[in-house]
Write a protein that binds this ligand. Structure first.
Ligand code: TYM
Length: 327
């Protein structure tokens, strides 16, 4: 069976981009592969966080993973900081990574721009991500398009390590969805939907209530024409609505475009909102049940145990290959 690994940061609320780009892909994979899903709290520390909030969001994210339908008997769900191998392997890989290649990471450039207090952790962030993936001898990494560059770096580091020290790592592939790879902001369809967007009108969170979802879709930015067609370059707003609608309803973009010929944007907006509400409703119900049940902690404990077992085997091989003495 194939090994799958993916991670999500416990920062802010999870939004439709996270769901469509990443989490929705996880569901079918749990039936076919050995899946490790991680709450990457160490990555969250690369920018200053309120400790209480980080704790809260970490448990919220764990609960959300399960609420989307992931079955703890089929997958391994765990918190990154509870598996010490991640930070350790990240150090070893930092001694393989080069300043130049990290300097080229667009996420680092975006996040560090205009800030005079950029942490060293933000710079080495992609190396920790590579450690996450490589420790599990991962075959497939399901992610949204914005992670593509980090995945390429991961492959480069794995190949360089294997060349320099001998074959230790399997080389992973990314899996990026066809339509929902890059969900755009509702208030600005030129930029991706993001937890750190300045306005709440940018995103729909997975726990958002009906009224608010409806309001945000009604106000979603489109364009001054009235033709409904899928053309992300010239019609980013309308195309984003079609992508969201398609992904949340299971209907193809083509069939939606056909259905909406001659109808106005207002219709499309309302129906997209409804598709989102219908899809999120059972997730929100399950989320509340799980929160009350108190079973999430036990799942995370078991998950961390299994993750430690698997990651320690790879870490030992890395150390051996690099010449570190182990008794
Ligand atoms: P993060 O927490 O920013 O996002 C989690 C997942 O959501 C996807 N995503 C999107 N997909 C489509 N449209 C969007 N607007 C959108 N916004 C976010 C992301 O591509 C991602 O799949 N560095 C990673 C976390 C990470 C990781 C890993 C991922 C750490 N280690 C190992 C995979 C494997 C991140 O910050 O994702």
């Amino acid at each position: 069976t194939k090994r799958v690994f993916s991670g999500i940061q416990p920062t802010g609320d999870l939004h439709l981009g996270n769901y469509i780009g990443a989490m929705k892909q996880f569901l079918p994979l749990q039936e076919q592969a050995d899946c490790f899903f991680c709450i990457v709290d160490l990555h969250a520390l690369t920018v200053p966080r309120d400790p209480e909030e980080l704790r809260e969001k970490t448990l919220e994210l764990a609960t959300l993973y399960l609420a989307t339908g992931l079955d703890p008997d089929k997958i391994t769900l765990f918190i990154q900081s509870q598996v010490p191998g991640h930070a350790e392997a990240a150090w070893l890989l930092q001694c393989v990574a080069r300043m130049g290649e990290l300097n080229r990471m667009t996420q680092f450039k975006d996040k560090s721009q205009g800030s005079d207090s950029v942490t060293a952790g933000l710079f080495t962030y992609p190396v920790l991500q590579a450690a996450d993936i490589l420790l599990y001898q991962t075959d497939v990494v399901p992610v949204g398009e914005d992670q593509k560059q980090h995945l390429e770096l991961t492959r480069d580091l794995a190949e360089r390590f294997n060349r320099q020290y001998g074959e230790v790592f399997r080389i992973p592939e990314h899996q990026i969805p066809k339509t929902g790879a890059r969900i755009m902001g509702l208030d600005n369809p030129e930029k991706k939907m993001s937890k750190s967007a300045p306005s709440e009108a940018n995103y729909i969170t997975l726990l958002e209530d009906e009224k608010s979802i409806l309001k945000k879709f009604k106000r979603a930015v489109t364009d001054s024409e009235n033709e409904i067609r899928f053309d992300p370059e010239n019609k980013p707003g309308v195309s984003n609505l079609l992508a969201i609608y398609s992904e949340m309803s299971g209907q193809s973009v083509e069939s939606l475009v056909e259905q909406y010929q001659g109808k106005g944007y207002g219709h499309l907006k309302l129906d997209t909102a409804e598709a989102v509400i219908n899809r999120l409703k059972p997730i929100q119900e399950r989320y509340r049940e799980l929160r009350e049940s108190g079973e999430v902690e036990a799942v995370l404990r078991r998950g961390a145990e299994r993750a430690r077992e698997v990651s320690e085997a790879t870490l030992a091989e890395m150390k051996k290959a690099m010449g570190l003495v182990q008794f």
